[in-house]
Every structure is written in structure tokens, then in C-alpha cells.
Design a protein around this ligand. Structure first.
Ligand SMILES: [Zn+2]
Ligand SMILES: [Zn+2]
Length: 316
């Protein structure tokens, strides 16, 4: 756990604090006042939905499953798409996001975990962003990304790109139908805030509420309703156990649009070598974890216990 002493040393990032405070105010109060006076047009809902999908999938399918985990290979056109629209989600550059996220997996639940749940739900959710990146932070854990000119280009022009894609484009689309402020509020502010908290919830709720079918070695949880709001990222216990898998929800009925997106693009030649954990390794993880849940360590030689665990694993 991060000591209080270390916490005090961390410097507050007032730009981040202002952004994370003002955007929800404008998103909810501003949109509320606008709707009260001007009503809602279907174009505004479409604007919201369009940018929600484009920027949301760029974070889950792109930043997370491609840049941070390299769970598949990606055509440069798709990579550029992820970098441009991912910037519009206002969650930092892919380089910095991935570096933090690789540390999260490597040091999960310890003081080196950038959004450790051990420091509380609020800290893991968004409190950690209230602090400046430590000056000693290096990018040793992203040697592949630091060599990628496209990734470096996005990191360099992140602020310009995020403002253009996150605010200016939705505003322009609104202006095209004569309602620029509606476009800015629905496709810009409201969508940014919802996408923010969708991602933040994986770092907080998915480390607190839900089941642990694949590992009990860390605090991660599988949470189906969170998956529904987060493009499939709610199956976080599976993800922590098998972080190199391009899927988070592995069953056909589990809501994982990020997986479907990456899988579909395979047919267009935009993605390749999709990494799937073999079924028998997944089953072994389920059985091992079921044994641990039942306090049956070291019973793998007992066929009756194995059968019980297998039934238990199948039921959960
Ligand atoms: Zn996690
Ligand atoms: Zn991850």
C-alpha cells in the first residue's frame, strides 16, 4: 500500500482536477438547461452515440487490448484510427495510458499499481488522476511503443488532437444541422464524461464487486453488468488472469463488443493473429480457482473433488 508519506509528496494536478470537475458540471447541468430550452433532436442522440462508439472502442479495443496488451496485430490504418479517436476520449495519450496500465497489471494491488484499489474506491476510480505523474516516471515498460512513430506523434500532439476530435468535431456535426451547442454538449461533454466513468469503473468497481472464477491472486472481478456499460471490459477477472487474450468475455453470450469489433475487422484484413488462450488452460484456471474457493488446495489427485470442482466451475 502506498504510504501516507509518499502520498503527501505527490503533487496535485490542478489542470486534471479542473477538467474532471468542470466536464461533468457542463455535461449534466449544461445539457439539462439546453434540453429544457431547445429540446432534443435525434441528430444530437446520434452525435452522442457516434462519438461514444468511436472513442469508446478506440480505448477498449485500441488503447487497452492493442497498445497496452498487444493481444493482436493491427493494420496501420486501424492504428491511426485508434490514436485519433482515442485522443478524443480525453484519457491521455496511448503511450502514457499503456504505460500506466502495464504497471497496473504487473503490480496490481501494490503501491506501484498506479490505480491500486488498496487506496480506496475513489482513488482507484479517478483520485489517482488528481496527482501529477511522478518526475521519476520512465517508459521502460513500453519499449515497443516508444519506437512507434505513430504513437509518438499522437503523444506529441495529444492536446490538439483530443480538442479537435473530442470537442470540435461534435460541435461541427451539430453546426451542420444548425445546432452547434447541442452537438458540443451531447457529442462532446456528455459523451466524454460517460466514457470517462465507463473506463474508471473498471479500475474501481471491477476490483470490488463481482465473481472471481479465474483467479483469486488479485482483487479483479468479473462483472456482467459492468461489461454492458464498458464495451465488454467488465470481465476483468478473466482479463487479469489472461491479459494477452484479445477477448474479455469468452462465452458467446457475454457482452463484449470490443472483441466482436476486433474479430470482425480480421475479415477485412485490419487485424491479425488474434491471441486466444487455449480452452484447456482456461479450464485448468477455473478448476484451480474453484478448488481455492472451496479451500481444497492440494486435492487434484482426488477424482471426486475434481468432479465437484468441475460442476462448481460449470455453474458459475
Ligand atoms: Zn484491473
Ligand atoms: Zn488490461
Amino acid at each position: 500500500m502506498l504510504s501516507n508519506e509518499k502520498n503527501l509528496v505527490k503533487e496535485l494536478d490542478w489542470v486534471n482536477i479542473a477538467f474532471l470537475t468542470v466536464t461533468p458540471l457542463v455535461a449534466f447541468l449544461g445539457t439539462g438547461v439546453y434540453v429544457y430550452h431547445e429540446g432534443v433532436r435525434v441528430w444530437e442522440l446520434l452525435n452522442f452515440f457516434l462519438f461514444f462508439v468511436l472513442t469508446g472502442l478506440s480505448i477498449t479495443g485500441g488503447y487497452h487490448r492493442y497498445f497496452a496488451h498487444r493481444s493482436y496485430e493491427c493494420n496501420p490504418i486501424l492504428k491511426l484510427f485508434y490514436l485519433v479517436f482515442g485522443a478524443g476520449a480525453f484519457q491521455n495519450s496511448a503511450l502514457r495510458w499503456s504505460s500506466d496500465h502495464r504497471d497496473h497489471h504487473k503490480y496490481v494491488d501494490t503501491e506501484q499499481d498506479p490505480y491500486s484499489i488498496m487506496l480506496g474506491a475513489f482513488y482507484a476510480h479517478m483520485g489517482w488522476i488528481f496527482y501529477k505523474t511522478p518526475p521519476h516516471k520512465n517508459f521502460d515498460n513500453v519499449p515497443d511503443l516508444i519506437k512507434d512513430p505513430l504513437v509518438l506523434w499522437q503523444d506529441r500532439y495529444y492536446l490538439l488532437l483530443s480538442s479537435l476530435v473530442g470537442f470540435f468535431l461534435p460541435w461541427m456535426l451539430g453546426a451542420a444541422v444548425g445546432r452547434p451547442w447541442g452537438g458540443l454538449l451531447w457529442g462532446g461533454f456528455l459523451r466524454i464524461v460517460i466514457t470517462h466513468h465507463m473506463t474508471f469503473s473498471i479500475n474501481s468497481i471491477a476490483h470490488m464487486i463481482g465473481s472471481q472464477p479465474y483467479t483469486v491472486e488479485d482483487s479483479s472481478r468479473d462483472n456482467w453488468w459492468l461489461a454492458f456499460f464498458s464495451n465488454g471490459e467488465g470481465y476483468h477477472n478473466y482479463h487479469h488472469r489472461f491479459q494477452g487474450d484479445y477477448r474479455n468475455g469468452i462465452k458467446w453470450y457475454q457482452w463484449d463488443p470490443s472483441k466482436w469489433f476486433v474479430w470482425s475487422l480480421n475479415f477485412l484484413g485490419l487485424t491479425a493473429r488474434l491471441n486466444r488462450t487455449p480452452d484447456e488452460i482456461i479450464l485448468k484456471a477455473r478448476l484451480d480457482t474453484e478448488f481455492k474457493h472451496r479451500g481444497l488446495h492440494g486435492c487434484l489427485s482426488d477424482p471426486r473433488r475434481i468432479r465437484e470442482a468441475r460442476i462448481g466451475a460449470a455453474e458459475t
